[in-house]
Design a protein around this ligand. Structure first.
Ligand code: T4K
Length: 385
């Protein structure tokens, strides 16, 4: 049984990572009513097209191809770019990144992360390139850019395709340029748990018009007109109801981000200097969505272990998470396929064992954060007795 079956977490009184941000309800219902009135529920309707344009504008990129979710968007991008054989990818990511590769018959070659950024380590990437490598998949973990310049340089030099999994990076920037236009393509997720959501949804962003065209065909079974299928495709379409929710939520995106930032600063003021705990920093010179409040527990200096702290918080109905423990390589089918991968993933395993993701978003208020931090501080702090 997976956590998806834990309906108890949806009962009032729980604080959790990933509680959806929901925009103005009247606006959402008005837009959904409009969809119902027209009877146009899906297949590239006007709301999906409007959302695509607005998301492309927001990320300053030419094309946004909206999809039914981020995982399908990743698979579509890999296929449209002709990535085959092997692709280099972090193990320290949500398992969907690795699954998207294997689902396309591509071998994920797990690469270690940089201990400071927790993102792909470009030096390690170079070492893993073989004659079979056709692509690099960087993940902007927790919305923090994944070495876009270094990876672009390596990909260009070695003739590889470069895709960024930007599932966490809606509204983030790198060196003043919005995430969305780095590499050959970047992939967003609009899952309920993301800073911007359409309940389920995702998108591929790219500046390459020819690639965008190919993605639009792939998204629609390969149809190029009535009864005319010109290539292998999939059903990757976003529907109008999700787009309606998305358009309404987009109206409030700056409010959601401001709320996240306020929450983050509150956490920082309360547990930012705690011995035994490090709160992950964001570069405030860049645009961030502040969607992930990440604490790293140093078990040598903390009174409590990471896992005991998570269990303690759960007992208090605070569903902190260990994203992305234990790392894809220690999950099936990868554990069986690549039993020795861990030997080169030392930083991945070290960081995966330290991380706690704390609740934030519009469902969390200042008093909640004080309560959470009180429990954490009491548990982590060693007393001199
Ligand atoms: N790449 C990366 C790096 C990703 O993080 C993700 C998704 C993807 C690719 C793939 O994108 P999608 O195909 O999903 O668009 C969740 C999400 O299902 C997943 O979208 C997300 N990353 C991942 C980080 O987290 P779970 O299984 O941990 O989520 P779950 O169902 O336990 O939900 C988390 C919490 O959110 C719960 O405690 C309750 C709350 N919640 C959740 C939902 C769905 C709500 O309050 N309401 C809701 O409707 O995977």
């Amino acid at each position: 049984m997976t956590n998806h079956n834990e309906d108890r977490i949806f009962t009032p009184g729980y604080l959790h990572v990933g509680k959806p941000n929901i925009g103005n309800r009247a606006d959402i219902l008005r837009r959904i009513n409009g969809v119902l009135d027209t009877h146009r529920l899906t297949n590239h309707g006007p709301l999906v097209r409007e959302l695509e344009q607005r998301i492309a504008d927001y990320h300053q990129v030419k094309h946004c191809v909206a999809t039914c979710n981020g995982t399908v968007a990743l698979g579509m991008a890999l296929r449209a770019l002709g990535i085959t054989g092997e692709a280099i990818v972090p193990s320290f990511t949500f398992v969907a990144t690795a699954h998207a590769l294997l689902w396309q018959g591509i071998k994920p070659v797990f690469c270690d992360i940089d201990p400071v950024t927790a993102n792909l380590d470009p030096n390690q990437v170079e070492r893993l390139i073989t004659a079979k490598t056709t692509g690099i998949i960087g993940v902007h973990l927790w919305g923090r850019p994944c070495a876009p310049n270094d990876l672009t340089h390596i990909a260009r030099q070695r003739g590889l395709k470069l895709v960024f999994d930007a599932a966490h990076a809606f509204g983030c920037s790198y060196q003043g340029r919005m995430i969305g236009s780095f590499g050959d393509a970047e992939v967003l997720s609009f899952h309920a748990t993301k800073v911007f959501n359409t309940a389920e949804g995702g998108a591929v962003l790219t500046n390459n018009s020819e690639l965008a065209d190919r993605l639009r065909y792939i998204r629609n079974f390969g149809f190029a007109g009535y009864d005319n299928v010109t290539q292998l495709g999939v059903n990757g379409k976003m529907n109008e109801l999700c787009a309606a929710l998305g358009l309404a939520n987009l109206e409030d995106i700056e409010t959601f981000i401001a709320c996240n930032q306020r929450n983050y600063l509150e956490y920082r003021s309360l547990i930012g200097n705690l011995t035994g705990l490090e709160l992950l920093a964001y570069n405030s010179a860049e645009k961030n969505n502040w969607q992930y409040v990440i604490a790293m527990i140093d078990e040598k200096r903390s009174r409590v272990s990471r896992d005991d702290l998570v269990a303690l918080l759960h007992r208090h109905r605070i569903l902190a998470r260990r994203y992305f423990w234990p790392g894809c390589h220690r999950m099936e089918p990868y554990r069986t396929l690549f039993p020795h991968a861990g030997e080169r993933l030392k930083q991945t395993e070290t960081i995966a064992d330290k991380v706690i993701v704390l609740p934030t978003g519009s469902g969390v208020n200042e008093a909640d954060i004080h309560r959470i931090c009180g429990i954490i501080a009491a548990a982590v702090t060693k007393t001199d007795t």
